[in-house]
Design a protein around this ligand. Sequence first.
Ligand SMILES: [Zn+2]
Length: 470
Amino acid sequence: MNDLFSCFDHESDYPDLDICGAAERLSRAIQCKTVSDCADPAPFDALHDLMRSCYPAVMAAGHFQTVGRSVLITVPGTQKALPPALFMAHQDVVPVVEGTENDWTWPAFSGAVEDGYIWGRGTLDIKEMVFGELEAAEYLLAHGKRPVRTVILAFGEDEETFNRGSKALSDLLKSYGTRLAFVLDEGGGGIDDGALFGAPGVNIASVDLMEKGYADLRLSVRSRGGHSSRPWGGTSLGNLSRAIAAVVDHPFPARLPDIVKAQLKSLQPYISEEPLRSLAADVDANADAIAAYCLQNRDLFNLVITTIAPTVINGSSKAPNVMPQNMDAVINFRLAEGHTPEQVMTHCRQVIKDAGLTLAEDDPESGVSLSFDQANPPSAMARCDGYGYAKVVEAMQYYYKDIVFYPACSGGATDAHNYEQICDTCLRRSPFLSPAEDEGGVHGTNERITIRSYAQGIRTLIRLMDATCF
Ligand SMILES: [Zn+2]
């Protein structure tokens, strides 16, 4: 949408909220260069010191602990029977692309507060959520409130790379026997026009309930190569290409996943255009027709299918008259709800065999071998019929008017899935909404957040925490 700020509502709430101070504290957080894979622990130590020194009420009421570089802050509630609510985000940021350092208006780790923005790597992904959650908890506690429900703040250290920090925090909570009421993590996109779902003119924003699965399948063919005048049995390039083609030519059947059903049911009152208007009137009965419709649409097809994308090929010959030797390729799959990596493997082996090719276990010399470089099944689907989802949407709608929030599936992976073992409502929805600009976005040059967006996200978190925990 063009004017994001026109949907901001109730900006005069919490008039004593120290917005300048909050911007200053986020600025200092940006100055800690917590790049995911940095060997030096000092930036993370500095960030932890900042948390401890800037939020005295949180530190007094809560227990601060680190697991590796990850942080867990527990503010105990008075009613022990209530399951805790967990507010999370990650401390790490992606590096600045080499050679682009001088393209930044303000240096990437300066945390400059200028022109109504806080500038720097991590202002959108996602230190504003780390520090926004601390600001919200501090505000409530400093006003003398005491939580009835335990509030947990959990900040992983490596979301951009391995997601191990959040797993360690989740394992620790699991070892305590903790079950969570809900989890709030980053995610959800900006605000979109509902036209894609037959609801033009309606502003929609997603609350992501799950993530598709992810698998990189490596296909390898061995060959000694040789003179191209004697390609007996075909070349490794020819056989590898046939194997890739066999997989691509045999897509998985489309099916309307439960997440898309939930999405359409939630948007149904706003859908005005055919054919979705009629189809969405009874999503369950029309599931197959809706899946078929989505499959024909370049923006919707990936919702209803496990996608197949050959992305890498290595080892071709450098000369036209020399046969290639060993070659390999990677096909990337995004697994739809209900598919497992094992099913993908079984399917690929079968279609390659059906294409008349030999697998390596039958012919180690020249057969096609298949293995996963990495493979994760789809995440579980968070509940959207319960307490956590209702409360998150309520708080979002209060501060962002005329936007329809709806359940959806995330394109990428976040830390949130690591908490599924102790929570059935892991929600991915950042309360910070920023205007879409030509540059300055997530992972981009001149990443920056408007102070107005930062403040509004903090208000949303205060209201949500207050309503659910205090
Ligand atoms: Zn992130």
